[in-house]
Structure formats: C-alpha cells, structure tokens
Design a protein around this ligand. Sequence first.
Ligand code: TNX
Length: 555
Amino acid sequence: MSTTPSPGPTAVPAPLSAGEPDAATLARAAEQTAVTVLTAATPHRLADVVPAPQQVQPDPTADWVLPAEAVIVVSADPAALAVAEHLAELLRPATGYPLPVADASGPGPVGGIALVLDEAADLGAEGYRLDVTPDEVRLTAVTATGLFHGVQTLRQLLPAAIESPTPVAERWALPGGTITDAPRFPYRGAMLDVARHFFAVEDVLRVIDHLARYKLNHLHLHLTDDQGWRIAVDSWPRLTTVGGATEVGGGPGGHYTKADYARIVSHAAARHITVVPEIDLPGHTNAALVAYPELAPDKTAPPPYTGTEVGFSYVDPADERTYDFIADVLGEVAALTPGPWLHIGGDEAFKVTGEVYTGFVERVQRIVSDLGKTVVGWHQLAPAAHLDGRVLQWWGTTSADPTTVEAVRQGARLILSPGNHAYLDMKYAPDSPIGHDWAGLIDVRKAYDWDPGTHVADVPAEAVLGVEAPLWTESVTSLADIEFLLLPRLPAIAELGWSSRATHDWDDFRDRLARQGPRWATAGITFHRAPEIPWPITPTIPTQRDTPQTDTAAR
Ligand code: TNX
C-alpha cells in the first residue's frame, strides 16, 4: 500500500519540438505560478484564525513586519524553549531568515518575537495572549502549552506563503492588536483507525501536525480490530507477527514496534498532544483470535478477516486466560503511554450481551484503574458500573440516550463524537470517492452546526469533557485519502471544541476556513475543495485532488 501522496493522474506529455522547455521545467513553472497566485491573497485581519479566538482587538495602526535579523526570545524554561524552537522551525523554511532562539537573559528582541511564561496571567492552563505592535510580537501564557497554541495563531496570521517549504520573497506582516484566547473544552481530539488499514509512522506524524494547527490536544489511535493488531506486545508476540499481517482488502498490514509507538508519542508530546491508545474489547478482536485461538470462545482459530463487517468476533469472557491476556496487553500499552487515558473500546460486541457484557467491562475497567490509568470507552460501556473518572465516547446519531444519561448522572464524563456530525469517514456528498454513509452525509456545515454542550439531551455541559473526530479507515488506503477526509472538516470539529459558543457563526467560519485552503495548497497538503466554502481562488497545486488515487480507485 502506498502511504505517501502520489502525484495524481499524470498525462503523457506530447513530444516537444527542439527549443521548447521540457515537461519538468513547465511543471516547475506551473507550480511556482500556483504558489504565487495562491499566496497573493488579500491581507489578513486579526480575526482570521481557526478556531475562532475568544477575544480579538484589532489595532490597524499597529501592524508588525518580521525583520530578517529578528531574534525569538523566550523565558528560561525548557518546555517554553522547545516551543520557541518549534516556532523558529515553522518560520525558517519560507522566510529563509536565521531566527535564532535566545533565552530572556540573552540579547533583547530585535523587533522580534517574545514568548513569555507568566504564572500570574489570567489565561488558564491552555490559554495565551498575543500582542502585536510595530516593535514586537509578544506571546504570553501560563504554560508552554498555552505558548504552543499561541504559536499556531501567530502562524495563521502570517501570509499563506509561510507554509512554503522553500524561501519565498514576501513581506512577513502580522496584523496589529491583541488576541486573548482559551479553550471551551479541555479534551479536543481526532481518532485514526490504523487497524482497518495500517499507516506508516511518518503518516501518523503528519496527521499529528494537522491536529496541532487547530489546537487539538488528543490523538486517539484505534490500534486493534478484526482486520489487524497494530501494537507490539512482548508477552503475546503473535498478536503482531500473525495478527498484524492483514488489513481490509487483503493488503500486507503492518504494526508499530514499541520504538515506533514511542516516536509517535514523543512527536505528539512535542506538539502538546496526548496519545490515547485503544485496545478494542471484547468485540473487534478477530486478529487476536487468529493469533491466539485459546482466547476464542470455541478455542479454534477463525480465518483471518479482511472484510468490513462488524460485531462477529469476541474474546471468551468466561475464561480466566482472557483476563490474563488483557492485563498483560493493557499493562504493556500503559507502560508505553505517558498520558492518563486507556481506551478499551466496548463497541459492537453483539455476541456478548447483558450481564456477561457488563461483568466483562467492569473487570477490564478495574484492570485499567489498577494500572493507574483512566478508562475511556465507547458509550456502549454505559450500563457497566461506574468507576471513578471514567469517560464515555458518544458516537450515537440520536440526541438522547437514557443509559448514557444515567451513566453521566453517576459521574461519567462524555467525549462527543456524534456519528452524523463528527465522523470523518462519512462522505461529504453522494459522489465522494471514498467514505461511508451509514450515519448520513457530512458536509462542512453539518460538521460545524451542532453544539457539544447541549447535543445529548439531559447531559449538562459540565459533564462534557470535549469533542473528538474519528476517522475509520475501511475505505482509506493512503495519506492523501486521510487528508481528503480530514480537511476541511477537522477544523470545524476543532472549532467546536476550542471556541466559545458566542463565536459560533457559519458565515464567519466559512470565510475563515476558506483562507486555510491556500495554506494547505502551499504546504502540499491534500484537501477536499468543498463547494460550500468560498476558497480564495481555484487551487491548482499538483497535490490537490478531488478524486481517489489509483490505488483506491482500483478497488
Ligand atoms: C462503527 S462507531 C464502528 C466502527 C466502524 C465505523 C465505520 C464505532 C465505535 N464502531 O467499527 O469502523 O462504524 O463508520
């Protein structure tokens, strides 16, 4: 399976007569023209940020221009220093400026950028303030996380050419004024299903970068399912050697070694993103049963599964060996995972019902809590007994559910992923080349027009931990496919998680979102040119595509 974006359909060039430029030269010229056109967008307003900031006070007299000799000055703190380096790395390729990073004890900013940690600032754990004046740009936050989110805002306020991987001649101006910003919900995430199709570490790292742009702070990895087991477990090695060797459609699958997983966790951590690993139990376990038939109810290995049905497989809830297996697996995954969460799935276990199901879940919840982690699971866990801190992920398509409401009354918190608004694997429109439609079509407006705070009747906003946009990958085979489904809907879900309800306004969102298009095009990121968004111009960058790649089309 190809996991790097292919250049899209290439026509065989007509033979050129002598003296005419060759095809490669023409292509380079076309690309350069496209970048120039795309980046010559209208000047920015301070409010042109996704997700919408809490407070924006423009000062049209106070624009700032990045000088070539600017220094990035930062409070003497290792985490803040890492954010400053991250900012420098974002700005160096397009500007070509050296942008040295110095701690606050060093030389003062030369019309540069200051990143300031201020414990006394009233900005919360993730908030920041951005002050743009002609002399200096100053980001202030209580934490390095706040500074990191502020850096993403700063980046969006620079001209779109800042996304260019190579130097561009540009006036690097920021609109003057002050932004004061903080999130509405503490949990803002996306899920990537690496089980139905396996994706290389590099692809996951790139998805993490997309999350960071929109101030999402959790990456949920759906690591196991019927079609493949993707995370190495030393005590049960056949999970990956046997269970990892399949995927939907019969491809070779794959798995992450512990070192691979550690790379993902650390790339995420450097972007202030927490990884939430999911081991889906008791259903969605065919790959585990192929590897270890002793876990199967009939102690017989089922055939490997590469289709897309759900709900047929389960580990034997009546066998103690199953709980040894779960304790070993969750123990090893917990040890690899610095974040507080362990997601135990729990969805679509159609053959484990009633008290057998709740009894199973209650045992697994205790295993998680004994490991010092917090339980997350799909909202099917609701009927199992409450356990302190547990979090249910709502993927229903209705707006009421008495069982979930009762679990919340007992103390569960909710992550909102309504299938008919937040599922990134749903098609945009009937003619979307990939995706599902069982929860309906989800265009950008549908992804944006709902309120996580009131979505499930009788669940108070205080019980809502946040939002998450899941991407299931039955029909997704490449990084370009992932990006096509993610963008532009991921920013819509990100805005619901970050921005206060007072900023919710479709027309305004649509205009702000439109300005992200040239950024993606310049960075070579695939996106769906959704017709309801007024993209500044027709992107003509070669990586743009609205049709599936050949590997998808062939299926
Ligand atoms: C339902 S939603 C599932 C997944 C599928 C998805 C496809 C949920 C918790 N389970 O197993 O991949 O639908 O959209």
